[in-house]
Every structure is written in structure tokens, then in C-alpha cells.
Design a protein around this ligand. Structure first.
Ligand code: SF4
Length: 328
């Protein structure tokens, strides 16, 4: 049995004070508690922040501010999210079972850890993320689900969140607070690539608390979607996912957002593809060229070369769907 302390924070300042000795923040517990049960993580103390802000409020510039303790279900079902940011609702609903969505919080979703099976195998598997410097059994092992973009020889794990892929495409901003004050970080900059320190997954400082996620306007309600390709229709992580939004003027692309999941150690904003698409024609040929440009840096492993073609086809199919939707 693992012994650990538990306390419940009454507000953000109280949570930060309680975490000063190195305690971990506990949201819905849908990932951290599993990691503790499986002996992957062993925090000496937990500060429960699941009772902090669960509000979803309008911002002055027409966006939404979502409290970090808001449950995933509440976000997905909120009328403003459904009508103005439908790709976010789609991503959350694709993300987990209803029971897990009812418990999981927005802040916790951002910080959930990889589902690489070697990371969870504490009976002999080598994992640099769990035990820095130990080695990585996935590189030469079973790596069908692993990364093709942004990985390193130290770690080839993927980030598991669906919600984060939509947030990356929506240019979401993460609000943080610590004893040093408050700051914001773009969602696209929150997660780190592994390099030689795969155990350091985000740019969060020690004790820093996620207090909210801000969605800027516009939400691309008219032409946006999230598509997840996976082995089963439910309760499975993405092999490839695509969050996409298009603005069109006739057949010309005036605005585009594209982010990928299931292919990289962080939610992968497809900046290169966006650059190629912007200002061009909304044609299948251009979609394919943009996908190829984004995937030119792909470095597939022995077991996951199929992901390159799958990502290419999914990008093209989603952009085509959004274009045809605009013409009908
Ligand atoms: Fe660990 Fe990353 Fe290697 Fe998986 S891919 S075993 S998480 S170091």
C-alpha cells in the first residue's frame, strides 16, 4: 500500500499554498489515480482541486473562459461550446467513455500522460519517461501506436488527449497561477517535445496550477470538425486524429486551422500545411500537397509506417468534407 496525504483546496491560492511541499494537484483522478494504482507515480501528497472553478463565462472579446475544474461532459454539452466551437464538443465526445468524461476535468485532460504500454509496465520495461536515463523499450519494441512526428531516440510516445488537439486548432490559451503570480501560455506551447528529457512534459513550473482555458473568438462554427481514426468505435485512443477548420471565399482558402492527434508527443499543430493552404484553392490536389509537406518530417518506426498514409488520407478527407459542406 502507498501512503500519501490528501487535502482539499478551497480556492486557487489555497491550492498553491498546499502544494508548496511538492504535492500533486488532483482533478478528476481519471489518469493520476490509475498511475498511482499501477505504481507508475507515487506522490507523497495530493491537493484536490476538483472543487475549484467550474464556470464557463464569456470573455470581453467574444471568446469563452472555461474553469480548469469544469468536467469534460459539462464543456462538451455547454450550449456556447456546441454552437460556437463544435469541433471541441466532437473531440471531447470522441475522447472517452461517458463515465470518464463525467469525472475528468479540463485541467487534468491537459496534463494526462501517455498511454505507451511500456510506461505502465513497471515489471521490467525500460522507460525514460518513468525512469530518466533507463532507455526506451518502445523504440525497438511494439510501437504501432507511437509517434511519427516530433519524437526523439529517448521517447516515441504520443500524447493521448483528443480535447487538446481541438484546443490546439482553436488557438486556446491556458491560464496559470503560482506563488510568483499569473501568466498565460498558448496551448500549442504548453507541451514539450521529448528531446533528451521525456520526463519533462510541459512548460509548467513546479507548483504552477492551471486555472482556466480560454477559447478566443471565432470558433469556426460554420466549417470545422474533428475526426478520430481508431481501432474500435469507442474507448480507444487515436491512431490519427484531425481537427480542422476552413474559411473560404468562393474556392479560395482565406483561413485554415489544422491540428493532428495520435501522431506526436504533443498535440500537433500543422503549421506547414496551414501555410501551404492559406490563399490557395480548396482542391484535393492542394490538400494532398499540404498534407505531404506536413508529413515530410515524419520518421515512422518499424510498426507504425501506416500512420503516414493514414494521416495523409485523413487530412485530405476532412478538408474535402469541410469544402463540400461549404458548397452545399
Ligand atoms: Fe517510455 Fe516514451 Fe519509451 Fe514509451 S516511448 S517506453 S513512454 S520513453
Amino acid at each position: 500500500m502507498i501512503e500519501f496525504g490528501y487535502s482539499r483546496a478551497v480556492d486557487a491560492a489555497d491550492a498553491i499554498r498546499r502544494a508548496e511541499g511538492g504535492a500533486r494537484y488532483l482533478g478528476g483522478g481519471t489518469n493520476l489515480v490509475d498511475l498511482m494504482r499501477q505504481d507508475v507515480e507515487g506522490p507523497t501528497a495530493l491537493v484536490d482541486v476538483s472543487g475549484l472553478s467550474r464556470s464557463i463565462t464569456e470573455t470581453a472579446d467574444g471568446g469563452l473562459l472555461i474553469g480548469a475544474a469544469t468536467r469534460n461532459t459539462a464543456v462538451a454539452e455547454h450550449s456556447a461550446v456546441r454552437t460556437r466551437y463544435p469541433m471541441l464538443t466532437r473531440a471531447i465526445v470522441a475522447g472517452a467513455s461517458g463515465q470518464i468524461r463525467n469525472m475528468a476535468t479540463v485541467g487534468g485532460n491537459l496534463l494526462q500522460r501517455t498511454r505507451c504500454p511500456y510506461f505502465y509496465d513497471t515489471d521490467g520495461a525500460r522507460c525514460n519517461k518513468r525512469s530518466p536515463g533507463e532507455g526506451c523499450d518502445a523504440v525497438e519494441g511494439i510501437n504501432r501506436d507511437h509517434a511519427i512526428l516530433g519524437a526523439s531516440p529517448s521517447c516515441v510516445a504520443t500524447h493521448p488527449s483528443d480535447m487538446c488537439v481541438a484546443l490546439a486548432a482553436l488557438d486556446a490559451v491556458v491560464h496559470l497561477r503560482s506563488s510568483a503570480g499569473e501568466r498565460t501560455v498558448a496551448l500549442c506551447d504548453l507541451h514539450r517535445l521529448p528531446g533528451d528529457r521525456p520526463d519533462v512534459e510541459t512548460v509548467l513550473e513546479r507548483g504552477e496550477l492551471i486555472t482556466a482555458v480560454e477559447l478566443p473568438a471565432p470558433g469556426f462554427a460554420a466549417r470545422s470538425t474533428y475526426r478520430k481514426v481508431r481501432d474500435r468505435a469507442s474507448y480507444a485512443f487515436a491512431l490519427v486524429s484531425v481537427a480542422a477548420a476552413l474559411d473560404l471565399d468562393g474556392d479560395a482558402i482565406t483561413g485554415v486551422r489544422l491540428a493532428l492527434g495520435g501522431v506526436a508527443p504533443k498535440p500537433w499543430r500543422a503549421w506547414r500545411a496551414e501555410e501551404m493552404l492559406r490563399g490557395g484553392g480548396a482542391t484535393v490536389e492542394n490538400f494532398a500537397r499540404a498534407a505531404d509537406a506536413e508529413l515530410a518530417e515524419a520518421r515512422p518506426l518499424a510498426g507504425n509506417a501506416f500512420k503516414v498514409g493514414l494521416a495523409r488520407r485523413t487530412i485530405v478527407a476532412v478538408l474535402r468534407q469541410l469544402t463540400e459542406g461549404a458548397r452545399t
